[in-house]
Design a protein around this ligand. Sequence first.
Ligand code: SAM
Ligand code: SF4
Length: 327
Amino acid sequence: MATMLPLTDSHGRTKRKLRISLTDRCNFRCTYCMPERPDWLPRASLLERHEVLRLAGIFVDQGIGSIRLTGGEPLLRRDLLACVEDLSSLRARGLERLSMTTNASRIASLAGRLVRAGVDDFNVSLDAVDADVFRRMTRREAGPVFDGIDALVAEGAKVKLNAVVVRGENDDQVLPLLGWAMRRGLPLRFIEYMPLDAPGHWHRDEVVSEAEIVDAIRGHHRIERQARGNDPATPYLVDGDYPLGIISTVSQPFCSTCDRLRITATGELFTCLFSATGTPLGARMREGADDDALQALVRQAVWLKDAGYASRPGPVDRATTMHAMGG
Ligand code: SAM
Ligand code: SF4
């Protein structure tokens, strides 16, 4: 149970969701996220399983109800199942939902065990249905991802698809992806390309905006905008009943309702995806800080969270990459 007042920042936004990056390592090299030859964080600096659980508990005790495991690629953690079981035990302290964001390429043999260990839902990144476009964007093959999605569906898992749209790379995939997802009955969210790629090649012209995505769909389907909730995606209904989301961080930032926090694979707390600096909870923990001291660091960092991307759009100058922080 939460032992304190909720985590609220000075702009009045209460934090309900935490993303935990379990590793910066990834078996893919998506061009909008990773360089071809990344410099990985030193292995010894990555949080160990018991450290992940301890930090997560500190957030749950302060009102975080939802945890999403991400990376890098969370499936590269050898102790992933044990991590999930650990975190699932936090339900007794108030955790309501445990989710995972994955490229799914290594999930086929693990899908059932992950569901049974406590993962409530999965977001799977799928940027193209065309094999050549997929290969160009991820520098890897699409086959294992489709196998992974099939395995999750066969296990009865709740699955959502995420597609980052980059002009000149996969903007021709908007309709094929939508058609594929509608036929499978899997909700899809398009994500505007954000200035967070580790190579730093992002350019505003490559962002395909929410309005452009809607226009591309409108010629072929009935698409109606729905009332916005707490989710970062603008909800739409396509052809009357299919739920589509569009996350428009660049063209229409939703910072004023942001309820998320993030910790990197080394336990650095970032109160915004676009913050230039973080709070080194992992390092303080290893220096011997007790739970009260860590809670105080979290509360202070959250209180000082600034207005967000809306107040300072564009690339961020920092060493921490998207694959270390998790999207
Ligand atoms: N490897 C897992 C995956 O790809 O789903 C989890 C980590 S990945 C960093 C989390 C999410 O961030 C993915 O949905 C990915 O598409 C998204 N992402 C990465 N770089 C991005 C960028 N520059 N702009 C928008 N989304 C991005
Ligand atoms: Fe890996 Fe995910 Fe980044 Fe692609 S988006 S390189 S799968 S961490």
